[in-house]
Design a protein around this ligand. Sequence first.
Ligand code: HEC
Ligand code: HEC
Length: 262
Amino acid sequence: MPTGTNETGRRDWASDAVSGLIVLIAVALAAAAAIGGFFLGRDTKHTQAVAASSSTQQASTVDPQVASGAHLFVQFACAQCHGDLGKGDVSPDVPALTKVASVLTAAQMRHIINHGLGESANPTKPYMPVWGAVISNTQVNDLVAYIRAGLPAVPTATPPQVPQGQGQAVEGATLYVSYGCINCHGPNGLGGVPNPQAPDRSIPPLSGQAFRAQFNTDAKIIDVIRSGSVIGKAPIVSMPHWGGIVPPDRLQALVAYLKTLK
Ligand code: HEC
Ligand code: HEC
């Protein structure tokens, strides 16, 4: 294959011209569609929406607050318990959120997110964690806006893909992010996230000598991840119960990751 010849150069120029033309035609078509839409009014709304959703411009058509809520819904692992787009089907103990906006007011939803809900004292079932000390008011408002908008799919608001076949510790490092452990226990398990009402005033680290001494077997670590540990009522943040949410092989992977930390 000759590279850098005039011939190649000319061909590139020619294909640039062709793609330029295609772009021009596309722009002209889009403009025509927009003008048509303007004159035809409501009837074309649906067509325009379909066109918009199939183009790469979709992100710019999402309300910024709803987009922010969609990313927070993934970041704080709401999706891991309530299902993708809040559709449920993860555990019989966790409700879908698709209809909740027609039942609860925005204020009620904010209260549930800040203060948690359900049987935090029952170690065999998941409950709605207390997020008040961890999630800001702006973030809570964005989450509520997202739920009220009907939990639409937003581009790139998806959990990181879990690497396969690269060992449990690698898998666990991604799960530590996708289950939102990192929001409460900090990057690298360093801890330090404030929990003002708790006796030690912060969420504990998952690294360091004290943690290693107390959680000196895999079974002890898995047990606390499954069953949580309730240090008190809201506004104290407690460890969520992940039993029934995080499958056993993923619990093993999380432990393998935690054991790599300092
Ligand atoms: C560890 C699992 C878990 C996580 C993570 C979680 N939830 Fe929940 N959530 C629950 C459970 C369980 C309930 C039901 C509690 C009950 O009714 O006893 C619930 C209830 C709710 C409700 C009330 C639903 C209703 O029908 O009354 C809302 C709203 C809600 N969660 C929003 C969120 C948001 C937003 C996030 C992310 C910031 C989140 N949840 C993260 C487990 C979870
Ligand atoms: C909503 C915040 C929150 C999230 C999310 C969270 N934790 Fe925790 N976690 C806590 C709190 C608070 C404690 C301390 C409980 C106590 O002292 O009784 C704790 C305790 C622990 C402990 C025992 C450490 C100790 O010193 O008591 C382990 C292990 C642990 N969490 C692992 C995890 C893993 C793994 C995840 C993700 C699957 C996770 N946590 C997600 C808040 C959280």
